[in-house]
Ligand binder design. Structure first.
Ligand SMILES: [Zn+2]
Length: 425
């Protein structure tokens, strides 16, 4: 869909910048950052007040490393700021007349639309083709952002939104829709429904390509669309939030999500706030180069890490392998974060486990982790079973639990926390 025929993600852009040697890109990014900080200080009083409180002058921020001088802006801070100074908490840095759309994200937080990013492919790429946009057009930004992007590429858009499966199948059929944009699971639902209705999807429909994103782990479905239905799939996993927009997207090599070149991503220790080196898990903090809504150092609350090894695709930008959970739910044990999503993954592999809870405590100046388990049935070879559980747990969570305690059925509150932190700080 781009100039060449590779399955390049349309969410990746600024092709030249992405492939520059790292020092050269960082130099350019630092110049963008200096400009952003100066602009935001002059135009967003909320940001200026934050710098003043931290005793930081705009000239103090010369490189991405200097960002650490500015305290992280949390979602809760933004909710509070917007309450005190509605509607945008002093963070809107252009006149309202220059903002086309406003969105609401949970909090509530009101987000003015940022500028539309430039795209590869050129304006004639989609001429004469109808694309179905199955992102929501209500309240959240996805639908309209994708709509603008597609029209910018020359496509004609059918704004389908979400739901209404039968109607969408009819439209896809009648209009000879050639492209679909939405989640992989929704496209799978549409195809299944069409087949149940009696259609031969490959023969009766004109679907040639799909931009299926927005869900982690959509790869098996993308493979199925391509192999079984001949649908060219663009875009791997991508990561965006309503507040800061697109952050990262996977490349054609599927080796993690490359960070966009129009934002800076830092990974910080959620407890101390210190920036962590590549390879260590912490909270994703984003500084988008956005003059409309300059949320400098926005704490997403999501956990991930940066990978800086060279990628086979030739891009030199750092990657986020995946989002590993929310920082508020993760508990740090002997230096490693353990997230309930990780422990769920491990315990879910053992069918004999009816319920579990991890209890973290401090015993003789050492973090102690107890695994409480309720069994639905006794494992055949309990010793081997425990050894397998221990091995898998360490493999996924990168830290060992100290012992297992078997408790009577009903002792563990299944709606309660999976990881209980009893340490006193
Ligand atoms: Zn890559």
């Amino acid at each position: 869909m781009t100039g060449d025929s590779s399955a390049e993600s349309i969410f990746l852009h600024d092709a030249a910048l992405e492939r520059l040697p790292i020092p050269e890109r960082e130099k350019r990014m630092d110049r963008k950052l200096q400009h952003l900080i100066k602009y935001a200080c002059e135009n967003a009083p909320g940001f200026k007040a934050r710098l003043d409180r931290a005793g930081v002058k705009p000239g103090d921020i010369k490189t991405a490393v200097d960002l650490q001088k500015i305290p992280v802006l949390r979602k809760d801070d933004l909710i509070q700021l917007q309450k005190e100074n509605p509607p945008f908490g002093g963070y809107l840095a252009v006149p309202l007349s220059e903002v086309d759309h406003v969105y609401q994200s949970p909090g509530p937080i009101y987000d003015p639309q940022r500028k539309i990013r430039s795209l590869p492919g050129g304006p004639d790429m989609g001429k004469g083709q109808i694309v179905m946009n199955a992102w929501s057009y209500h309240i959240t930004p996805a639908g309209i952002l994708v709509d603008n992007m597609l029209r910018g590429m020359g496509f004609t858009v059918f704004p389908a939104g979400i739901g209404n499966t039968e109607l969408q199948i009819q439209v896809m059929h009648d209009l000879k829709v050639s492209g679909f944009v939405g989640t992989p699971s929704f496209l799978a639902t549409l195809i299944k429904k069409a087949e149940e209705t009696g259609y031969d999807f490959k023969k009766d429909f004109n679907l040639k390509f799909a931009i299926v994103t927005g869900e982690m782990g959509g790869e098996p479905l993308r493979k199925m669309f391509t192999e079984k239905y001949g649908i060219f799939c663009m875009g791997g996993d991508n990561y965006a939030t309503a507040d800061v927009g697109n952050i990262s997207a996977s490349c054609e090599k599927n080796a993690g999500m490359h960070v966009n070149t129009d934002c800076i991503v830092e990974i910080i220790d959620p407890v101390t706030g210190k920036v962590l080196p590549p390879g260590e898990v912490g909270e994703v903090v984003v500084t988008p180069f956005d003059e409309v809504y300059p949320l400098v150092r926005f704490g997403t609350g999501d956990l991930s890490m940066l990978v800086t090894d060279p990628c086979e695709c030739g891009r030199t930008t750092p990657r986020l392998p995946k989002i590993m959970g929310r920082s508020g739910e993760a508990v740090r044990v002997r230096g490693m974060f353990v997230h309930p999503r990780q422990s769920d993954e491990v315990l879910g592999r053992f069918e004999e486990v009816a319920a579990y809870q991890l209890i973290v405590d401090r015993v003789e100046n050492r973090d102690d982790m107890l695994l409480q388990v309720e069994l639905s049935k006794e494992p055949g070879d309990k010793k081997a079973w425990e050894a397998a559980l221990k091995k898998d747990f360490q493999g996924v969570c990168k830290v060992r639990f100290d012992r297992i305690e078997y408790v009577k059925p009903g002792m563990i509150d299944k709606t309660g926390k999976k990881i209980v932190d009893k340490r006193v700080y």
